[in-house]
Design a protein around this ligand. Structure first.
Ligand SMILES: [Zn+2]
Length: 305
C-alpha cells in the first residue's frame, strides 16, 4: 500500500497560488513541525487567496525513530523523486514528489537535526530559468533570515530537485538544531512563512522587507550547498567545537578537536579558508569522515543586492 502523507490544508474563497510547506523531511528536525502546526491555526479563517497545504512531518518513519532517516537508512533528501514500490523512504519521496508537482510555490523547512546546528538561512538553487530564479530569490529574501544562499542547481535527490525539474519556484530554510526545540526558531519560521504568503498576495498584511543586514551569497560552483562534505574529522571519537555558530574565522583557525575516550590521541580540524561558520557539529560523539563544520567562504561572490 502506498504511503500517504498526513497534511493540513487551508483554502481561501478567492483564487490564488497553491503553496506547499513541508517539515520533517528529516525525522529529527523539530521547529518546522511545530511551526507548521501553529501556522495552520493562524491561517484558518485568515487566508485571503489561494491554497496552502502544510505537511508538518513528511518522514513519519524517521520521526518514529527520532532520527534523521528511517530504518532503511536512506536520506529522504537524497532519494527524491523516489519510487512508489520501493523502501519506506523511497515511497515517502515518491509521495512528497506528487505533492510538489501539485503546487505553484514550495518551501521546505529544515534544521540541523540532533547532531548539527545551522546558521538561520534560506537557500535556493541557481535555476537556469530566469523567471524561476527571480521568484526564488524573492522568496528567500522575504523569509527574513540572516543568510540567503543560492547554490548549484545540479544537485539531485532533493525535494528542491523535484521542484527544479518542474520549474516550480522553491526554497529551503534552516534554523539551528541540536536536539532541543527552539521557540525562537518556531517563531522565525512562523513569521517567515506568513511574510512569504503576504508577499504572494495570499494573506492581507503588510510585507516586511528583508533586514538590511541580511547577507546574500550566490555560489554556482559544483557541489556548493552540499553540507556534508566540508571539513571532515580524521577519526571517530569525542568532538568539541572551538568556534561558535555564525562566527567569522580565518584560514587555519581551529574549528574543533576530536579525541579518543581517554584523550590520549587528539586531532584538530582547521578551517581550509576564511569565512563564516554556518554549520557546526554540536553532538559530542562523531564518526570518522563526518563534517565538523561548514565555513561559507569570505570571498564567495556576494550577490548583487
Ligand atoms: Zn533536514
Amino acid at each position: 500500500m502506498a504511503i500517504e502523507l498526513q497534511s493540513l490544508e487551508v483554502v481561501a474563497s478567492a483564487p490564488g497560488p497553491r503553496v506547499l510547506l513541508t517539515g520533517g523531511v528529516h525525522g529529527d528536525e523539530w521547529e518546522p513541525m511545530a511551526a507548521l502546526r501553529r501556522l495552520h491555526g493562524v491561517l484558518s479563517g485568515r487566508l485571503a487567496r489561494g491554497r496552502v497545504r502544510l505537511i508538518p512531518c513528511v518522514n513519519e518513519a524517521a520521526f518514529a525513530l527520532g532520527a534523521r532517516t528511517a530504518h532503511d537508512g536512506l536520506d529522504l533528501a537524497r532519494t527524491c523523486p523516489g519510487n512508489l514500490t520501493g523502501s519506506v523512504t523511497e515511497q515517502t519521496a515518491w509521495a512528497l514528489s506528487q505533492q510538489i508537482a501539485d503546487c505553484d510555490y514550495y518551501c521546505d523547512l529544515h534544521t540541523g537535526g540532533t547532531r548539527l546546528q545551522v546558521w538561520p538561512l534560506a537557500g535556493y538553487m541557481l535555476h537556469p530559468e530566469p523567471r524561476v530564479l527571480e521568484a526564488q530569490r524573492r522568496m528567500a529574501r522575504v523569509f527574513g533570515l540572516p543568510l540567503v544562499w543560492g547554490t548549484d542547481h545540479r544537485l539531485n535527490g532533493r525535494s528542491l530537485s523535484v521542484a527544479r525539474d518542474q520549474q516550480i519556484p522553491a526554497i529551503y530554510c534552516e534554523y539551528l538544531g541540536g536536539g532541543g526545540l527552539s521557540e525562537a526558531g518556531v517563531q522565525a519560521y512562523l513569521r517567515g512563512c506568513l511574510n512569504l504568503l503576504a508577499d504572494l498576495g495570499m494573506v492581507d498584511q503588510p510585507v516586511v522587507e528583508p533586514p538590511a543586514e541580511q547577507r546574500v551569497v550566490e555560489d554556482p560552483r559544483p557541489s556548493a550547498g552540499h553540507m556534508q562534505i566540508n571539513h571532515p574529522t580524521p577519526m571517530a571519537g569525542f568532538f568539541e567545537p572551538r568556534v561558535r555558530l555564525g562566527e567569522w574565522v580565518s584560514r587555519n583557525a581551529v574549528l574543533g578537536e576530536v579525541c579518543d575516550i581517554t584523550g590520549r590521541r587528539t586531532e584538530t580540524v582547521c578551517a581550509r579558508y576564511a569565512g563564516q561558520v554556518i554549520v557546526l557539529h554540536t553532538y559530542a560523539r562523531i564518526e570518522a569522515d563526518t563534517s565538523v563544520a561548514v565555513v561559507l567562504e569570505e570571498k564567495a561572490a556576494e550577490a548583487a543586492q
